[in-house]
Design a protein around this ligand. Structure first.
Ligand SMILES: *Cc1c(COP(=O)(O)O)cnc(C)c1O
Length: 405
């Protein structure tokens, strides 16, 4: 008789977004003539760039003819894409990451979870609290998490690193054992960005402890502050302790197209094992790579037109974030994030808990947000608002709140 992976039983239903959707639906039913403003989404809304679309159309046409047809590509990704990433995302910032150290993937939600296959389940994994839920799901499914305490929704073997307002929502390095730590900066959900000094402390800690940092740079394109590094590898020593994940999803609107990459430097060794070689070996057994068409689309993101078209989109989202942040501040709320990330992290007023303020905004203003507590206990007392909507919605949301909050 087959035995299933019973860790799935301890995995919570994706409660957060199903619950917010349920409440939004009920509101719409009771208010059929009102329009809901959605500031809860974690997806882009602006369409693909002309440059990426042209490149993908061209690539699809190549596949139509015998002499330009391509079947299985390299598992690690095409050289043309790895080369341009190495030059534009790294060399241009004074960082040496060779094309060989870059692995193209169908997006980094996949890789952030799959990377745990390189490690033993006895390792202790540390997570920011609040956190992007996908890392934790992966840790639970692959058996790193121990037992769940359903009351508080936490696992016995995971280490929670509180991200507190006093420290700008940047977690302190652990005082107890942690072998692997997920870091994401600029951060989803708080919008906080770590400075060079803060990341340097993490790198020092990881190299001393012999730990590995899993650095999610999904929001790199939103960085505006010159003190904020764009890659963990801008920090000396990071090549010996960090794996970096980067995605075209939020940068170039590829959330539906699917492309990202993972960097594992050759210098990253633990217990005499070379993690780069291990990942390469794993890929050859587990993947047949990413579509040629998609990789041509990703390459076009780095062309002059591609860059300009992307810049316009990022500027648009930044402006939304600014409108939302400034509007909330004028109303008298306390606001974080929004400057180096498309997320605004707002403190609930009058000591309300996250769900209470969520309901106030939904019922009084017809605005859908995301309760901070849904990302972890330290998110209690906050809401996440996204700038990935349209301009009118950002403006109207503030108008609606002004008159009610
Ligand atoms: C959106 C997001 C991603 C994106 O992952 P893809 O699979 O590349 O689309 C990764 N990490 C964080 C924190 C995100 O918010």
């Amino acid at each position: 008789m087959v035995k299933v992976n019973d860790r799935f039983e301890t995995l919570p239903e994706s409660y957060l977004f199903s619950e917010t959707a349920k409440r939004a639906k009920a509101w719409q039913k009771n208010n059929p003539r009102k329009r809901l403003i959605r500031l809860g989404i974690g997806d882009v809304t602006l369409p693909l760039t002309e440059a990426a679309v042209q490149a993908m159309v061209q690539a699809a046409k190549e596949l139509k003819y015998a002499d330009t047809f391509r079947g299985y590509g390299p598992e690690q990704g095409y050289e043309f894409l790895r080369e341009i990433i190495s030059n534009e995302d790294y060399a241009a910032r004074g960082v040496r990451i060779s094309p060989d150290e870059i692995f193209i993937s169908d997006g980094i939600k996949t890789d952030c979870g799959a990377i745990l296959e390189l490690f033993d389940r006895d390792n202790i994994i540390g997570f920011c609290d609040p956190v992007y839920p996908a890392y934790m799901d992966a840790a639970v499914i692959s058996g790193y998490a121990g037992d769940v305490d359903r009351g508080i929704g936490q696992w016995s073997k995971l280490l929670y690193l509180p991200c507190r307002v006093e420290y700008g929502f940047i977690p302190a390095v652990p005082q107890t054992r942690a072998d692997i730590v997920y870091l994401c900066f600029p951060n989803n959900p708080t919008g906080a960005a770590a400075t060079r000094e803060q990341l340097a402390e993490w790198v020092r800690w990881a190299n001393t402890a012999g730990s590995v940092l899993l650095f999610d740079g999904a929001y790199e394109a939103f960085i505006t502050d010159s003190k904020v590094p764009h890659s963990i590898y801008e920090i000396d020593g990071a090549e010996a302790c960090a794996i970096e994940f980067r995605s075209f999803s939020k940068t170039a609107g590829f959330t539906g197209v699917r492309c990202g990459y993972t960097v594992i430097p050759e210098a990253l060794k633990r217990n005499g094992a070379n993690l780069h070689q291990m990942w390469r070996r794993r890929l050859s057994g587990r993947s047949n790579g990413v579509s040629y068409i998609v990789q041509r689309g990703a390459q076009a993101v780095y062309s002059a037109e591609g860059r300009e078209q992307i810049r316009e989109r990022i500027v648009y989202y930044h402006k939304n974030a600014e409108i939302i942040s400034r509007g909330l501040k004028n109303i008298g709320l306390t606001v974080y994030g929004g400057e180096n990330a498309p997320y605004v992290w707002v403190k609930t007023p009058h000591g309300q808990d996250s769900w209470t303020f969520f309901d106030v905004l939904l019922h009084e203003c017809g605005i859908l947000t995301t309760p901070g507590v849904g990302f972890g206990p330290s998110g209690e007392g906050y809401l996440r608002l996204t700038a990935f909507g349209n301009r009118n919605d950002a403006e109207e949301a503030i108008e609606r709140m002004k008159n009610t909050i």
